[in-house]
Structure formats: C-alpha cells, structure tokens
Design a protein around this ligand. Structure first.
Ligand SMILES: [Fe+2]
Ligand SMILES: [Fe+2]
Length: 407
C-alpha cells in the first residue's frame, strides 16, 4: 500500500480531531446524568485526554501546511454524525457506555492503526508519534470501560443493548468508519442541548437537600476529626459538581475558543482526581459517602446560564475563590494538629483550585475586553444570585474586584 501524502494526511487528521471532540462533548453532556460515581470520574479524565488528542492533531495540521480552518474539524460523513447523534440520545448508562467505548472509540483506533501502516517514515514521523500516543490512550479508555459495562443494566437490558451495539457497528462500517473513504464530508449537524436542570444526579447513598435549605457544613473546622469528615464530605460533592459543570460547558458551548475548551477539560480532570483524593481521605478518617446531607447550591444558577462566562463568574471566580480560602485554613489546621497526610493532599488541591480561579479571570477578561456591557453583566451575575442568599462565607465582591484590578 502506498504511503500517505501530505494532502492525504490533511484529509484524515481533521476527521480524527472531529471524532475526539465529539467523544469529549458526549461525556461532557452526559456526566451530570450518570449515576455511577466512577463513571463521572473517568469521564473527567477522558474528557481531558480527548481534548489533548484533539489538541495534538490540531497542532500537527498547520505543520503540514493545512493553515485554513476547514482542515481542523471535518465530519467524516453525514452518516457518521447521525450515529454520534443516535448514541448521544441513548438515555441509559449501559447504551451510552457501549456506544462510546464499543462503537465510536474502537472505530477511531481502527482508523489510527490503519493510518500508522501507511505513514511515510521518517518524513512524517511527527504524525506517527501523535497517532500512536492517541491509539494507546484510547485503548486504555476502552479497557477501563470493559471493567464497568458488565455491571450495568439488567440481563434483559444487556441483551437489547448488545443487539443495538451490533446494529450501530454495522451502520458505522457501511459509512466507512472514521475515514469514510469515497464519501463527502458530513454537513449534517446537531446540538447537544439540555433541558433545564435543577440538580445533578447522585447515587442512592447521597442525601441531597434542597438548595435553599439551611446548609452549614462549611462552618465546621478542620482541627477535629468530626470537622474534617463534615468538610471533606461537603467538598467531595463539590468536586463532582465541578466535573459535571465543566462537562456542561464543553457540551453546551461548542463555539468557545479552543484553548478555553482545553482549560475546561483540564479542570474536569482536576476535579475528577480531587473526588478520588477526597473520598479516599474521608474513608481513611473513618467517614463514608452519604454520612451527612449534601447541598448542590448554585448548580441550577450555573448550568442553565447560556453565557458560559456567567457560569465562570459565579462558580470559578466566586465559589472556587472562596474554596481556596477554606483550603488554606485547612492546611494551617492540618499542620498545627500534625495531620501531615491531609496537609499534603490539600496542598495539591489548593494548587489546582488557584488555576481554576485563574481560568475564570482569564477567559472573562479575554472574551469581554471589547465588550464592556457583557463584562458588566457577567461580573454582576454572582451578586445577582447571591443577594438575599447568604451561603456560608462567600465573599464574592472581593473576587470581582480582583478582576477589576487586572484591567
Ligand atoms: Fe476541586
Ligand atoms: Fe476547582
């Protein structure tokens, strides 16, 4: 088989990038409705890895003289897009996992592996290097999914889902997979729109109380074991919320700048790791998930805003900025009481949280620098949500001023 020319590369790389971005958006779109916490965590990790895959490909394309934007994002075929849409619409966890990890991702790996057999070497070693890396990570994603899929759904469900899987694979094969050779690029498009969301889904262990109920978990202090359990338990839920709300930005706002998507996906990954870290520490200290009631305060006011910058103003610049203050206090108390393990872990959490606040500051600053009205509306949003509500210890005004100082 002949090796690929520069031009042939350009016709395929944008298709791989399209497939990676679709996978990222599917996970982002689904995360808050998935019951299984380990799926939410893996989605946080995979969203970021898929963003990196798309990013690597996106940087290789202009190196091959594909400077025009059209090379960056090529829908393989209309049928391919319709298959992604069918999978996005699946409303149970089992079908979603099957659609993404047994149909879409294996098709990407097939395409990459075939591509790798036809790379002109060493001339096109940079493409080979990227594709090999992506194929390896995608194989890890699939291997993880295969540990989860067997415990989802009832036997009857599983039987139907396997028939559905076969059907989708057949459709995708007839469509020519991700290469879609001989087919025109897709022009069909769909948006991953969500209904109004009051709360994210939690498994049966959690006791989620209404957002406007009296919720004072943050009044506890990190210098006693009981205080740590309350605070870590509350934080664990916040970490899940943030994976979920980052996913929603990726799915809801496909038109934001690419680097902003990479940042949001990075944050989803950070929060997924935080959830793992916090749950482990909670359990080491004798606690467990669901031991206290939980509140999802701010969720409804975040994910239902059409302007993603309002979401960042409320959650990144206000709640996460507040969270940094709490974490600094925890570190001091852990140190004072000789809890070196908590101290070490919380120091890592804090390092990430500071970046999350900066994502908010940076993107609001960047995207509103020529739009003072939007900036004003965005920065006023937290005030609007919080006036009349007094969640424990939110000092949003200070945060807003911090951005004002940067101008
Ligand atoms: Fe976090
Ligand atoms: Fe965060």
């Amino acid at each position: 088989m002949a090796t690929f020319t520069v031009q042939q590369n350009l016709q395929l790389l944008g298709k791989y990038r399209y497939a990676e971005i679709q996978a990222m958006e599917l996970m982002g779109s689904w995360a808050y409705t998935m019951v299984q916490p380990d799926i939410k965590i893996a989605f946080g990790r995979h969203m970021y890895q898929d963003a990196v895959h798309a990013d690597l490909i996106g940087k290789r394309i202009p190196e091959l003289k594909g400077r025009s934007k059209q090379y960056q994002y090529i829908a393989p075929s209309d049928e391919y897009v319709k298959i992604v849409e069918t999978i996005w619409k699946a409303d149970d966890e089992l079908r979603r996992m099957i659609g993404l990890y047994r149909v879409l991702k294996p098709a990407v790996i097939d395409a990459l592996k075939q591509h790798l057999t036809r790379v002109e070497l060493p001339a096109d070693e940079p493409t080979a290097y990227i594709l090999r890396h992506i194929a390896d990570e995608e194989e890890d994603h699939i291997a993880w999914a295969e540990t989860v899929i067997p415990r989802l759904g009832s036997p009857e469900h599983r039987e139907q889902a396997v028939a559905w899987e076969k059907e989708l694979k057949q459709r995708l094969q007839e469509a020519g997979g991700v290469w879609a050779e001989g087919k025109p690029p897709g022009t069909y498009a769909f948006t991953k729109t969500h209904p109004y969301s009051k709360l994210p889904v939690r498994d049966e262990r959690w006791n989620v109380i209404p957002p406007d109920a009296e919720f004072v978990e943050k009044n506890w202090s990190f210098d006693t074991n009981e205080g740590k359990l309350h605070l870590l338990h509350d934080l664990l839920n916040s970490e899940f919320i943030t994976v979920e709300r980052m996913g929603r930005i990726l799915a809801d706002c496909p038109d934001i700048p690419w680097q902003m998507k990479v940042d949001m996906a990075h944050q989803a990954w950070d929060e997924a790791r935080h959830a793992e870290i916090v749950q482990r520490r909670l359990e080491e200290l004798g606690g467990h998930v669901g031991m206290f009631p939980t509140s999802c305060f701010g969720w409804e006011q975040d994910v239902n805003r059409p302007d993603p910058l309002e979401r960042l103003a409320l959650s990144n610049m206000t709640f996460e900025s507040e969270s940094c203050k709490h974490l600094r206090d925890w570190i001091a108390k852990a140190k004072k009481t000789g809890d070196a393990r908590s101290q070490q872990l919380v120091e890592f959490l804090l390092a990430d949280e500071v970046n999350h606040v900066l994502y908010g500051v940076h993107w609001i600053d960047e995207l509103t620098k020529d739009d003072p009205l939007r900036r004003k509306r965005v920065l006023a949003y937290p005030d609007q949500v919080l006036s009349g509500q007094h969640p424990v210890g939110v000092y949003f005004k200070e945060t807003v001023n911090a951005v004002g100082d940067r101008q």
